[in-house]
Design a binder for this molecule. Structure first.
Ligand code: ATR
Length: 271
């Protein structure tokens, strides 16, 4: 039996064991996936202990994604640009590969489940924290015609832009700097809603037929989604699909097969 786990602190809230158990059932794989409460200051030791006990890979969540980046012997380009690792793979030769599947999960969810192609689209990314940083390279790989990073603190948006400027047409600034410009896809990667606040998006940002995507999810529409529908977005989606898609990407990295995310998203919605 192959062993996997998610490590974080806190960890009780994690849906990952449920997701990976559902994926394993799709293929009849003999594996276990557990949740580990990582001690603050003891992350690397906990990872080594799990590996020594036969672990094949781990997901990493808050607050250990940067420590996981430092622990990995090799990084994918995505993880390097995200400056965060959410998936570790323990290779046969003893080395640890660090990957970040969050951004690619977002892109797969937008283009797959939601059904909106990103190529040649005008994309507005709201926020410049860890979540936005992780999304940047996967978004640019789809070759949008333009990607704008808008953030409450413009200097942080500019710093992100500078990191990925070589990968496409990227602009950065504050929310008001892009007033009057229209976008086909608007992605909320701020944590504003977690504190009950609205993102001060300029009026008129939504082009005809546009999609508003919130990385956050909850029961029903998030405040960002409701605001988007009132302001001209044609379609909205929340981040539950991204959650399942990033897990599916980790499963693929470990197991070499791609789970069907649709029944698993349905299962979570029903729960
Ligand atoms: P995460 O890992 O979720 O991205 P983070 O790194 O703390 O979390 O980043 C939070 C993001 O949400 C930042 O872009 C932050 O803007 P600042 O860089 O100006 O701090 C943004 N954010 C948080 N609260 C916000 C609010 N009330 N309005 C607008 N943006 C907000």
């Amino acid at each position: 039996t192959d062993r996997y786990a998610v490590i974080g602190n806190p960890i009780a809230q994690t849906k990952s064991p449920k997701l990976h158990a559902a994926f394993a059932r799709q293929f009849g794989h003999d594996m276990t996936y557990e949740a580990i409460l990582g001690p603050i200051g003891g992350f690397a030791e906990a990872v080594r202990a799990f590996r020594a006990a036969g672990g094949k890979g781990m997901n990493v969540t808050v607050p250990f994604k940067v420590e996981a980046l430092e622990l990995a012997d090799r990084l994918t380009e995505r993880a390097r640009l995200a400056q965060a690792v959410n998936t570790l793979k323990f290779d046969e030769d003893g080395s640890i590969l660090g990957e970040n599947t969050d951004g690619v999960g977002l892109v797969r969810d937008i283009q797959g489940r939601v059904g909106v192609a990103l190529r040649a689209k005008r994309v507005l990314l709201l926020g410049a924290g860890g979540a936005a940083r992780g999304a940047l390279l996967p978004l640019l790989e789809e070759q949008p015609s333009r990607l704008v990073i808008a953030n409450r603190t413009p200097a942080k948006a500019e710093a992100l832009r500078a990191r990925v400027a070589a990968y496409g047409n990227v602009a950065a600034g504050g929310f008001a700097d892009f007033a009057g410009e229209q976008f086909d896809v608007v992605i909320n990667a701020t944590s504003a809603s977690l504190s009950g606040e609205d993102v001060p998006l300029p009026v008129g940002s939504y082009a005809a037929g546009s999609l508003a995507y919130d990385l956050v999810y909850g029961k029903g529409n998030t405040p960002f989604m409701s605001h988007a529908l009132e302001n001209g977005a044609a379609q909205v989606a929340d981040g539950l699909g991204m959650l399942v898609a990033q897990a599916a990407e980790a499963f693929y990295l470990w197991r070499g097969v791609r789970p069907d995310v649709t029944p698993v998203i349905d299962m979570l919605r029903a729960a």
